[in-house]
Design a protein. Structure first.
Length: 229
């Protein structure tokens, strides 16, 4: 049995922006999903970030400032709960699935520091699974976007209520398992799975940067490493 046949955790965050250095988390969804698809929330909470929420974020997620004021927890409280749940998953050896870990993982790391909490565990021993990285690895030349909504359609995974943490988290696990079932070469575990994704991201990054140079694009090159952003 490899990782896609056992329990997985799914982590998805909604935030005030796309810059992981400055954005504030407004929703945390961390779920344990068993092999049979049954899910149990570990953390499923709104956060009142104490800063304005851009209208475009409300339009995208449906999360209104008044929802956060009425039902959002204090950042330090919810983030501490999230950090403790991640510790428990790492201790048990349950992989954590994140779609585009280079956003969620550094975003969470920065928020923990901002609130005076313990940093995230290293990767490994935390085992992260990023379906975006895996999809680029196994189907490198497929044309089109690689957003979660697009990739779920490609692999036949349902996605209802996109851009809310619970829906995105469940779909992310579905995509991860579908990739592993279709492409046995990613059926490796633990540190080997982390190493595979680090290498896959580097190959994609170098190839993408070479393309930018070839076409004379003014877009800055990709410099981020996986999964630290």
């Amino acid at each position: 049995m490899t990782w896609h046949e056992g329990p997985l955790a799914a982590l998805d965050l909604e935030a005030t922006g796309v810059d992981t250095r400055t954005a504030r988390i407004i929703e945390v969804g961390l779920f344990r999903i068993e092999a049979d698809g049954s899910a149990r929330p570990l953390v499923d909470r709104l956060i009142d970030p104490g800063v304005p929420v851009p209208e475009k974020v409300t339009e995208l997620t449906g999360i209104r400032p008044e929802d956060l004021a009425a039902n959002g927890g204090a950042p330090a409280e919810v983030l501490a709960e999230t950090r403790a749940s991640i510790d428990a998953l790492v201790e048990e050896g349950v992989p954590i699935v994140l779609y585009n870990a280079n956003y969620d993982w550094p975003l969470l790391a920065n928020e923990l520091v901002r609130n005076g909490l313990d940093p995230l565990p290293a990767v490994p021993p935390a085992i992260l699974i990023d379906p975006l990285v895996l999809d680029r690895h196994v189907d490198r030349y497929r044309k089109g976007k690689r957003t979660l909504s697009t990739v779920t359609g490609h692999y036949g995974v349902p996605l209802e209520g996109a851009h809310r943490a619970a829906a995105d988290a469940a779909a992310t696990v579905g995509v991860a398992r579908a990739i592993a079932e279709r492409y046995p070469k990613v059926q490796v575990d633990g540190a080997d799975l982390v190493a595979l994704q680090i290498k896959a991201h580097t190959v994609w990054k170098d190839s993408f940067n070479a393309y930018l140079t070839k076409v004379g694009s003014s877009r800055p090159p990709i410099t981020e490493e996986w999964p630290t952003g």
